[in-house]
Design a protein around this ligand. Sequence first.
Ligand code: DNO
Length: 356
Amino acid sequence: MKMTLRWFGSKYDTVTLEQIRQIPGCVGVITTLYDAKPGEVWSREAIRVMKEEVEAAGLEVSGIESVNIHDDIKIGLPTRDKYIANYIETLENLGKEGIDLVCYNFMPVFDWTRSDLAKERPDGSTVLSYDQELIDRIDPTRMFEEMDANSNGFPLPGWEPERLARIKELFEMYKGVDEEKLFENLIYFLKAIMPTCEKYGVKMAIHMDDPAWSVFGLPRIINNKKNIQRMLDAVPVVNNGLTLCTGSLGSDPNNDIPDIIRSFKGRVHFGHVRNLIHYGPGKFDEAAHLSSDGSLDMYEIMKAFYDIGMEGPIRPDHGRMIWGEKAMPGYGLYDRALGATYLNGIWEAIDKADKK
Ligand code: DNO
């Protein structure tokens, strides 16, 4: 396991590489080319510049999060082949520059969804939270504005701003795309890119849908053990793997996360580890990483990663906003650094017990 932190680049992030370097045991960052639009080819030159900046700070680029997928690929339009060809070129360029891990998601229209980006906890910290009842009252085509208004002036991590301008059009375009169609389109994409991934040793790691159920009537296909199994079996190549996100899967208490991790041994290439508090169906707050602060058992989760011989990067995921920090929702320095340290501590304890 390699402990890493997500970094949004010097242009957008309030957190610096120098700060990340001082988190004990943190060896690398997970980052992307933040100005690249979905569907564009990433040049080797641009990838190299990004890598050199990170390496100059004494860290490595442990993976890309994300190379986003153009909507035409998700919808299955005839133009998808052009965008898949571009994606393949990007993967080749990443592989040639020695980057071997790409996280992506196949969620239509929105990436992760929350009803509140700064809900106050009793200790005065603020967290991201989700309440289906509140979401049901929002006009989906106004979701960007709602989230934006709530984000303290920071960009929404992971949300693709170019989608903002065409939100109504996007909902129209996804109208005929149900779960089966979306699944077929994912498999079409994966089959097309796998030979390149195998040739250059690039592992694709699909992110879980967040939350793990349909929101605004949009289809969800990477949200539980059965669906993940189906996707892995449809393209049975090691390079077709997972970003095992405990917070996304954990939004549905029916998902047994340690069991899911163990079941997909060999295909879990990247871990997002965080905790949340369940209040009932469709209602949860994010929490500190500490098990006792939320509903997930972080020891059991880290033990499962340990037992499968996890070699890839793990990163603490969304943190609370604490100590007066102002940063992108979920992505401040302080609570994620606490999370990394806590997860490293669990790992050390498991490792020592195992080697006794
Ligand atoms: C949220 C992140 C997601 C993730 C994408 C992967 O905080 O985990 O935005 O990066 O879904 O493409």
